[in-house]
Design a protein around this ligand. Structure first.
Ligand SMILES: [Zn+2]
Length: 464
């Protein structure tokens, strides 16, 4: 087998990582660790993809019935500092109220599938979303949502993620977002900098020659960053402050978003325009907004329970033989994705997972004898700059490896050239070190990039 020969040859000259510490992990868990593993042969385990399965056949479902209310939350605090926060008790009461009122909380992906005519939804459906990326969404809201089995979406503005230019004390980290992703939480875009997309001013625009370039960065750039960092497919945008324009909407659709949300609360139907779907922004001092939302239409959803508090150990791919190689340029739209995991040590068969930016999780075959993991793309690559994220359990601990390559077969869309590279992207070849745990001593794979701006905490007050 030609590939394996090349791989082995390459591997001879590489540096093994087996002796490296794995970072301070608590109790990691792969999302599919508990799932049954199909055996394709005595030696080959097939790990099922966890999220974003290949799109179902586009059968038009006759059922266009169903109504949806979409709820939008921000922060969860015992003593709300402003209208954007709600107390944990009030939030839980609302979740209980949804149940008692007969609403079914549906995942965003079901909503999208319904809109594509591929799936039915219950007549009284509800979408739950949490904007911006505050820690309280993770610490406070998530446990409550888990208790009710409600799926939900996190709309993240990427500069607010820990290490970003607008990050503050209340920001979530990329590792925490990855943990949420692994537990089945839907993660979507809320732009890069959380500026009104309609207003052609602002300090961030100083970096761009034109409004259009800046807009492209906010809309397409945020999608690209989330996809690269998390290995997910991002298809939904929430406009900051709910503000949009014809130009903004057109650019969102051109960037590949399938749906975009405002904060103009309304009943959503099969026929609601995809680029301006209204959500009810819930405020602690206006309880009527929530009761009005419920009154628009008259259920429980199904997010898998998960063990929280696992920050995966991350290992740089330096020294690991991969195909495509780090930095390689490939010419096919569905290249094989391979990695020799020998450098990692004895990974547990059936726990190997591969995610590809813009695509999501892909089916994986892992051969414990050769340590070769092979991922199969079931759809073409979407972006020229591709990040692969491979994870597996190693002696009970989750390890993660990532590398990047370029696919020059993907067409350059209009403004794609204006999309900035992911800031602080891991330098895969230079850091044979371990990160992940906040108490890791090694050089972080996901470096803390720019220091927070002076008064960075103000991000906690403004955005919605
Ligand atoms: Zn916001």
């Amino acid at each position: 087998m030609k590939f394996r020969t090349i791989l082995q040859l390459l591997f001879v000259g590489s540096v093994g990582l087996a002796g490296l510490p794995l970072g301070g992990c608590k109790k990691p868990m792969l999302p599919n660790a508990a799932k049954p593993v199909a055996e394709a042969g005595p030696a080959v385990a097939v790990a099922e993809p966890v999220a974003e399965p290949p799109p179902p056949p586009k059968i038009r479902h006759p059922d266009t019935k169903g109504s949806v209310i979409a709820l939008c939350y921000h922060r969860f605090e015992e003593k709300p500092k402003d209208s954007m926060a709600i107390t944990p008790a009030a939030f839980e009461a609302q979740m209980q109220s949804l149940k008692e009122s007969g609403f079914t909380v549906i995942p965003m992906q079901d909503f999208l599938a319904w809109r594509r005519g591929e799936k039915s939804i219950p007549e009284k459906s509800c979408l739950i979303s949490i904007d911006d990326g505050y820690r309280s969404g993770y610490d406070v809201a998530w446990p409550i949502l888990k208790k009710y089995g409600y799926p939900f979406t996190m709309f993240i503005y990427t500069a607010f993620v820990k290490g970003g230019a607008l990050a503050g004390g209340g920001s979530l980290s990329w590792a925490e977002l990855a943990e949420m992703r692994d537990a089945g939480v839907d993660i979507q875009s809320h732009t890069v900098n959380h500026q009104s997309l309609r207003v052609k001013k602002g300090k961030f625009q100083n970096q761009f020659a034109t409004y259009e370039e800046w807009l492209q960065s906010e809309i397409a750039g945020s999608k690209h960053q989330l996809e690269s960092r998390l290995g997910i497919s991002v298809g939904v945008l929430a406009y900051p402050y709910g503000i949009h324009s014809e130009q903004v909407r057109a650019m969102a659709l051109a960037a590949g978003y399938e749906a975009a949300f405002t904060t103009y609360g309304q009943r959503l139907t099969y026929h609601s325009p995809a680029d301006q779907l209204g959500r009810y922004a819930i405020e602690h001092n206006k309880p009527k907004i929530f009761t009005d939302a419920l009154a628009m239409i008259g259920g429980g959803g199904g997010m898998a329970e998960s063990t929280a508090a696992s920050v995966p150990g991350q290992i740089a791919a330096a020294g690991m033989v991969t195909v495509p190689m780090e930095g390689e340029v490939v010419h096919e739209l569905e290249p094989p994705i391979k990695a020799n995991l020998a450098a990692l040590g004895d990974v547990e068969p059936g726990t190997v997972e591969i995610r590809v930016s813009g695509v999501g999780a892909v089916p994986v075959k892992f051969d414990p004898a050769t340590k070769l993991a092979v991922g199969t793309l079931l759809q073409p690559l979407k972006d020229r700059q591709v990040t692969v994220i491979l994870s597996a359990l190693l002696r009970g601990k989750k390890v993660e490896v990532r590398w990047n390559f370029t696919c020059d077969a993907v067409a350059l869309p209009g403004g794609q050239a204006g999309v900035p590279a992911v800031p602080g992207a891991p330098a895969v070849h230079t850091a044979p070190a371990v990160a992940g745990g906040s108490h890791s001593a090694g050089a972080p794979v996901v470096p803390a990039a720019a220091a927070p701006l002076p008064g960075g905490g103000n991000a906690a007050a403004a955005p919605r």
